[in-house]
Unconditional design. Structure first.
Lengths: 281, 317
């Protein structure tokens, strides 16, 4: 069992002293996010998101299945998010650590439970055939704040993905290959994104903590918001108690950030679209 | 499929030309070593961590425990994934000096960046797997493995076994091997006796009725593999002489290598792994073997160049 070594006291003191002056070790200001970069794969629905040195690869695939009996009009969205030892050797494959469960649960809440994907639009033939989307997340490198990176990668992948067009004639379903008809994008209601803040004793919160900052902080707060100024998920799992005003302050900052992030995703998607040959006949 | 002439390929490559190689070393921050290798879009990312603390029940008193895992692009690991792990497990223990890190763990994780394909379920369902596997351990002391092997060890006319599994394409298996090699290199703390480098070759049946019966193409794409008559993947271990040259003079290494004549160059590489499927004869196989040698040398020189740049940029910081 690999355990992580605690950072040395001198490093901790230095980090806290710098933070007290409003500076962070990588030169960011407290409420600044690391540089976000999207790398699109050759296939639609494959996106690698990099947040500084943290990297998550998201992949979306679709298959046709039978819907549940009690919900004949609804498709499925499955999220696979196992953190393997590639991200960091503290994660073991097969057994999930507490932080891994927390990340998985929050992702589930912020993508599936917020109804970001219109699941009824995934219906092909009521009670017979629906689309099942499978979102697989690969955590490549954990340099802190895997959650935000994963949520960005997931939403970018879902928006990048195209499902084959289907035609229903009576009871017959025809699936058109991409060569025949241009695949169609998913129906997406909104783009919820996670923002993680880290708290230190008697210091203002910082956005997007690095790995070292996560290890040293006294508590984190994750808000999931969309560009429509709505809070989708708010998670504060233990750590320092916070005053209500402080949470409001964080949310106000978050509103702006999420807008920028959604814009970032859209810009990246547009750039990718220009370079991609989409056959429209 | 009509424009496939004897030497023409869809993407306009020559038959012995690879797709542009994607090589990047050390891009993952939290792994001790990592490498990405791609033949064009057929790519794999690997990380190598170690020596690490090992769990007590896996601890070996005389050598390091090598743990290789693989993650497919979509879903969770299944049979194709397991097959790939077995391949890697057959290659790496023989090239790594695991005895230099007893009672520790060396972890290699391979992440496929291209989806597994069902190419093998197309036209030809006949398999000869694993057709040949040559262990380098035996050759450590004496002569290098030579091909063709003596008759009694030759595995050419194997009975054909049909297999229904969808597996990784040969190109993506090769990419996984090369990515793992890059990851171990980038880790830097695990001694290697040689450097395994892999390439896939396919034999396309030219239906044009030309004099050329089967065209061998290096680094086939998914489509090319699916319509190939037979497919091969070779891994060559580069080592021995190279390491000796390096000891003498690091800088003139490339020049010395150029001066070596063909015979000497043969000695510095050994066949470490072969997988093939489909129908082929002895000539096709030896031709493919020769082609793979040249291709692997090209890959090696590209890796060297990239690794050199990587090391240089590290010393500057």
């Amino acid at each position: 069992m690999v355990r992580e070594i605690d950072p040395p006291t001198i490093q901790k003191d230095f980090l806290l002293a710098a933070l007290a002056e409003g500076k962070r070790l990588d030169g960011r200001i407290p409420l600044e996010q690391r540089k976000v970069e999207y790398i699109f794969g050759e296939e639609l629905g494959t996106v690698e998101c990099r947040l500084g040195k943290t990297a998550v690869l998201a992949q979306v695939s679709a298959s046709i299945v039978k819907p549940r009996d009690d919900r004949p009009y609804e498709g499925f969205l499955l999220i696979n998010s196992e953190i393997g030892p590639m991200a960091s050797s503290v994660y073991e494959s097969g057994r999930s650590s507490d932080s891994e469960i927390l990340i998985t649960r929050l992702l589930e809440k912020s993508i599936r439970r917020t109804e970001a994907i219109d699941r009824e639009a995934l219906c092909i033939l009521a009670g017979e055939k629906v689309w099942q989307l499978r979102l697989t997340l690969h955590f490549l490198s954990d340099s802190g704040n895997l959650l935000d990176c994963a949520s960005m990668a997931s939403m970018a992948a879902l928006r990048h993905f195209r499902k084959p067009e289907v035609e229903v004639i009576g009871d017959e379903v025809i699936i058109h290959s991409p060569e025949e008809r241009a695949p169609v994008p998913l129906a997406i209601h909104h783009t919820p994104l996670c923002l993680t803040f880290a708290y230190f004793e008697n210091l203002p919160p910082i956005l997007d903590p690095t790995h070292l900052e996560t290890t040293l902080c006294s508590g984190t707060l994750t808000v999931t918001m969309n560009a429509q100024r709505e809070i989708c998920v708010l998670s504060k799992a233990g750590g320092t108690p916070l005053a209500a005003e402080e949470i409001m302050g964080v949310v106000t900052v978050g509103v702006e950030r999420v807008r920028e992030m959604v814009k970032g995703i859209e810009e990246a998607l547009d750039t990718d679209k220009e370079g991609r040959v989409v056959e429209v006949r | 499929m009509s424009n496939a002439g004897p030497s023409r390929r869809y993407d306009g490559r020559r038959s012995d030309e690879m797709r542009p190689l994607v090589i990047s070393i050390g891009e993952l921050d939290r792994a001790d070593g990592s490498g990405r290798f791609g033949f064009g879009s057929t790519a794999a990312l690997a990380s190598c961590s170690g020596p690490l603390e090992v769990r007590l029940n896996k601890e070996l008193p005389t050598k390091a425990t090598l743990e290789i895992s693989h993650r497919p692009l979509e879903g969770v690991g299944a049979t194709p994934s397991r097959a790939l792990i077995t391949t890697l497990e057959s290659i790496y223990p023989s090239v790594l000096k695991l005895s230099s890190h007893p009672r520790s763990l060396i972890q290699i994780i391979v992440q496929s960046l291209s989806s597994s394909s069902t190419s093998s379920t197309s036209s030809f369902n006949t398999y000869n797997t694993p057709s040949v596997y040559i262990d380098t351990d035996a050759s450590e002391e004496g002569e290098p493995n030579t091909w063709p092997k003596p008759k009694n060890q030759s595995s050419f006319p194997l009975e054909e076994v049909s297999s229904p599994i969808a597996s990784y394409t040969f190109a993506s298996r090769s990419a996984s091997i090369n990515a793992s090699t890059l990851a171990i290199l980038s880790n830097g703390s695990i001694p290697m006796t040689s450097l395994p480098i892999s390439i896939s070759v396919a034999c396309i049946d030219s239906t044009q009725g030309q004099q050329v019966k089967g065209d061998l193409i290096v680094d086939p794409t998914v489509e090319e593999e699916s319509r190939a008559k037979s497919r091969f993947a070779f891994a060559w271990a580069f080592g021995k002489n190279i390491s000796m040259i390096k000891k003498d003079d690091k800088d003139s290494d490339v020049d010395v290598k150029m001066e070596l004549d063909q015979n000497d160059r043969e000695d510095e590489m050994e066949l470490i792994w072969v997988e093939s499927e489909g129908k082929f004869n002895k000539e096709t196989f030896s031709d493919a073997l020769e082609l793979s040698k040249i291709a692997c040398r090209t890959i090696l020189s590209e890796i060297r160049e990239k690794l050199g740049q990587e090391l240089e940029s590290k010393t500057l910081q």
